[in-house]
Design a binder for this molecule. Structure first.
Ligand SMILES: [Zn+2]
Length: 88
């Protein structure tokens, strides 16, 4: 009987590290995000003080997915012009 071998052929999770915005805490929080979570990501909760930190992912955080995330915006979003003013 065919055993299914779970071979991750592509990145399923991205790990990012963030630091608490509270300078008194400044704890590091490690996040594991799926693609769906990465898409909806607007911030994180500090692992120590549980403070909510507003945040956004950057291309640096998810170079593997960045193009995909940008290419496939979540459904339901109006077809508005994004901030396409990236100057290189
Ligand atoms: Zn904190």
């Amino acid at each position: 009987m065919g055993k299914r071998i779970m071979t991750p052929r592509e990145l399923l999770l991205v790990e990012v590290e963030r630091w608490c915005g509270d300078h008194a805490c400044n704890a590091r929080t490690r996040l594991s995000l799926t693609k769906a979570e990465a898409r909806a990501y607007t911030g994180f909760e500090c692992s120590r003080c549980e403070r909510r930190n507003e945040d956004a992912l950057t291309e640096r955080d998810i170079p593997e997915w960045w193009g995909e995330l940008k290419a496939a915006p979540p459904e339901g979003l109006a077809d508005e012009e994004g901030e396409g003013g990236e100057s290189f």
